[in-house]
Design a protein around this ligand. Sequence first.
Ligand SMILES: Nc1ncnc2c1ncn2[C@@H]1O[C@H](COP(=O)(O)OP(=O)(O)O)[C@@H](O)[C@H]1O
Ligand SMILES: [Mg+2]
Length: 245
Amino acid sequence: MISMQQISKQFGDLVVLKDINLEVEKGKVVVVIGPSGSGKTTLLRCLNILEKPESGSITIDQQTIDFSRKVSKKEILSFRKQSGMVFQTYNLFPHFTALENVMEGPVTVQGVNKAKAREKAGSLLSKVGLSEKLDVYPYQLSGGQQQRVGIARAMAIDPKVMLFDEPTSALDPELVGEVLLVMKQLAEEGRTMVVVTHEMKFAREVADEVIFMDNGVIIESGKPDELFSRPKEQRTKEFLNLINQ
Ligand SMILES: Nc1ncnc2c1ncn2[C@@H]1O[C@H](COP(=O)(O)OP(=O)(O)O)[C@@H](O)[C@H]1O
Ligand SMILES: [Mg+2]
């Protein structure tokens, strides 16, 4: 479903992704871990071309973009519709209700009529456990509830893949579980997901594969049990020791 081939990205002189190759099969969940600054967010942003790599190619489902040639804006916009992104901070529109936040994508991106978008937004919000909160504004919601609206919003354009960038790291500890539970349900439904998170329990239970990144490079990858219990590379061991303290 997702294939990244020899992706490189730099900001000025700083090389942030070096020759990244990544394959994610349909319905699989890949968790990405790694130290701050290792390029995890940039990797996700390249997947929906919020950042444009200098070289390499990315395929999602049937559509491939080769960054060694000129890529049109139209191509980028059409490619971007294939993924739904959930951010660390929820980025909801403060002047829109929960329902309006979720309707916005279908109405503006897909040209869906309002009645239909409203119905769909309602069912997505029920799915993330917020059927009682359709008409409230973000400031009236807890962080965990806001993030669940964020997940419903990302799903509203029927993306083929879901991308999560540390979706629980801004939350109070007692609110983390409700967001992870929704993500686990999506995984169980067979959605293809790439998740940057350091929630090890979630990774062990839900991930098909864990990738450890450092310094813009994939150092190693494997099944969660293997990578967490028997890491092969010294840098992976050191990182796991740090986060397990
Ligand atoms: N827009 C940008 N301009 C310049 N440097 C950036 C930009 N975004 C990220 N970086 C740098 O790229 C590196 C990787 O960042 P990031 O992908 O955010 O890492 P992570 O998500 O793993 O913490 C860091 O050194 C960061 O400072
Ligand atoms: Mg990041």
